[in-house]
Design a protein around this ligand. Structure first.
Ligand SMILES: NC(=O)c1ccc[n+]([C@@H]2O[C@H](COP(=O)([O-])OP(=O)(O)OC[C@H]3O[C@@H](n4cnc5c(N)ncnc54)[C@H](OP(=O)(O)O)[C@@H]3O)[C@@H](O)[C@H]2O)c1
Length: 268
């Protein structure tokens, strides 16, 4: 399990443990728990020991790397050598299949693994919590984005994890891409209204320009190239690319994906 300490991976671990599936947690900082193993994308010697005896891998590619194919390709070669048959890759609804960049990972996994799934979730509801710039906006009362009135079908990472869990352990490999969304598409102004009503204090959405969004991402510590990429994704939302709802979570897991209102009620 890569990204085992992260937003989606941590929930995939919970999902699998709930079904008594043995899991090995890969992290750069393993603790005393014997189920954890040291894994670092930038230390190739850590690949084999992390993969030995493993049947299926949840794969979160190195984050913020513009061209991740070479390093992931090497990892998959080691995985195949160690007997891994199945890989479930975390992709993104915002990233289409492409010949370069992170979009090229989809084809890489499909072409090299006998059993595979590519998860392409929409934007995480979790972005409204913790350190994310959106969460900062919730705390200060103004969520600033370059998304305009564009809508996003935000998804609870627990729903992504449930799909990932199935894709890892279902007897029949999924061998497909799963476009994953929450149950309704909302603009950031809609989310602000839901948050205001729940928290009992005014929260607004402030529509800013793409250039302003780049500056804000940079102010939060994100390097300029990645900040530009994130601001472009805001632009895509403004153009309507994320205004879609799929039935995949229910079709794969049988559970109804959690609504934003319910997420806010539980977590805020
Ligand atoms: N946020 C969104 O709305 C959204 C929407 C769609 C897709 N996504 C995608 O989600 C991905 C992030 O997944 P996530 O949110 O589940 O993870 P996350 O919470 O950002 O956690 C990152 C994980 O990566 C691991 N990691 C970081 N550097 C590493 C390294 N050098 N070697 C090995 N592991 C390393 C960390 O493990 P340790 O620190 O324990 O080593 C941690 O478990 C991104 O690629 C993004 O494109 C995000």
């Amino acid at each position: 399990m890569l990204g085992a300490t992260g937003t989606t991976g941590g929930r995939v671990v919970e999902f699998l443990r709930g079904r008594s599936v043995p899991v090995r947690l890969a992290t750069r900082t393993p603790g005393p728990d014997p189920r954890t193993v040291r894994f670092d994308w930038w230390d190739r010697a850590s690949y084999s020991p992390a993969l030995r005896g493993v049947r299926a891998v949840y794969l979160v590619a190195p984050i913020g790397v513009e061209q991740p194919v070479p390093i992931v390709e090497l990892f998959l070669k080691v995985a195949a050598r160690e007997g891994v048959r199945r890989v479930v890759l975390l992709g993104s609804s915002a990233v289409d299949a492409a010949s370069t960049g992170t979009g090229a990972l989809y084809e890489l996994v499909r072409a090299t693994m006998p059993e595979w799934a590519v998860l392409r979730p929409s934007w995480f509801m979790q972005n409204f919590l913790g350190d994310h710039v959106v969460a900062h906006g919730v705390r200060t009362g103004a969520i600033a984005t370059a998304t305009g009135e564009g809508r996003v079908a935000f998804i609870d990472p627990a729903d992504i994890a449930a799909v990932a869990g199935h894709a890892l352990v279902d007897e029949t490999p999924h061998n497909t891409e799963h476009l994953l969304t929450g149950p309704e598409a909302l603009s950031y102004a809609d989310t602000a209204a839901i948050l205001s009503a729940h928290l009992g204090r005014p929260i607004v959405h402030r529509a800013i320009s793409t250039a302003e969004a780049v500056a804000r991402y940079q102010d939060s510590g994100i390097p300029v190239e990645f900040a530009k990429l994130l601001a472009e994704l805001d632009e895509d939302i403004r153009a309507g690319t994320e205004d879609r709802v799929t039935d995949t979570v229910r079709a794969v897991t049988g559970r109804i994906p959690r609504s934003f209102r319910e997420f806010v009620r539980v977590h805020l």
